[in-house]
Design a protein around this ligand. Structure first.
Ligand SMILES: [Mg+2]
Length: 264
């Protein structure tokens, strides 16, 4: 059996959460500097409003001006859920001071996201070294794919700066939104590299809803590795139950390498 190894990037291979946190703190400080009460709401509250917005808008990289306005509404006394409903419906308000504050918040947020280099997570280098050897082996047993959603410019820059474009992945696939159809297309591209031989999918990620459930629905072996951003998630239903839970990339590599080495 051959394998198509598909790995998520953000918070699976590198610590995107660290850069987001830095961006969030700096953006919050711009509100405080302008005398906005929202600047004193703290990181925990910001992350709650951010999480609600990502759920509402379906992506993590949205117009961060919306987050600023949401926080300003929260500081006015709106419940977080209500504040998010208002901004998601384009209710940015007309107060020119607030519009300027939101723009500055958004610019600061985006600048740090686009300049910051998230560190690789422990065990990533071992995984990459193994992938490189595996991809160079003859006959070929596996194809590897870096699979991410989000801002393509940001992700390609991280790949370049960490030198991950040097033989670790056959494909780098960046999609607007991860779902079953997108994963299925990526798997097909992986199969094209292997030719006609049957291949099983192995999918690794830190999100039960974005990584595990879609992979499971197309028959993949799934490895769930919790990370700082989402924390240790609990499956909402059996469709999110992973084949394996691992506490880090070293354990993930052990499982993946033994699957690939097995003669089934
Ligand atoms: Mg991720």
């Amino acid at each position: 059996m051959k394998y198509i190894i598909i790995s998520d990037a953000d918070n699976t291979l590198w610590d995107t959460n660290a850069v987001f946190e830095q961006a969030q703190l700096a953006a919050l400080a711009t509100l405080a500097e302008r005398g906005e009460d929202a600047g004193n709401l703290g990181l925990k509250r910001l992350r709650r409003v951010d999480l609600l917005l990502t759920q509402k808008l379906g992506k993590h990289e949205y117009d961060f001006e919306k987050l600023a306005i949401g926080l300003m509404l929260a500081a006015d006394g709106f419940e977080d859920e209500r504040a998010v409903e208002v901004v998601a419906g384009n209710g940015t308000g007309t107060d020119p001071e607030r519009v300027v504050a939101a723009r500055r918040f958004g610019q600061t947020f985006r600048r740090i996201l686009s300049d910051g280099l998230p560190p690789l997570l422990p065990g990533a280098e071992s995984l990459f070294r193994w992938l490189k050897l595996e991809l160079a082996s003859v006959p070929r047993r596996a194809v590897s794919v870096l699979y991410s959603e989000g801002d393509a410019t940001r992700i390609r820059r991280i790949v370049r700066e960490h030198k991950l474009d040097q033989g670790y992945f056959d494909l780098t696939e960046i999609v607007e939104e991860k779902n079953v159809a997108a994963l299925d297309r990526v798997a097909t591209r992986g199969r094209d590299i292997l030719g006609d031989e049957p291949a099983r999918l192995i999918c690794l990620g830190d999100s039960l809803s974005k990584d595990i459930a879609p992979a499971k629905s197309i028959g993949a072996i799934t490895l769930y590795k919790p990370a700082g951003f989402l924390g240790r998630e609990t499956p909402a239903d059996p469709s999110q139950e992973p084949s394996y839970r691992v506490d880090g990339l070293r354990k993930a590599l052990q499982i993946i390498s033994s699957l690939v080495a097995s003669r089934d």
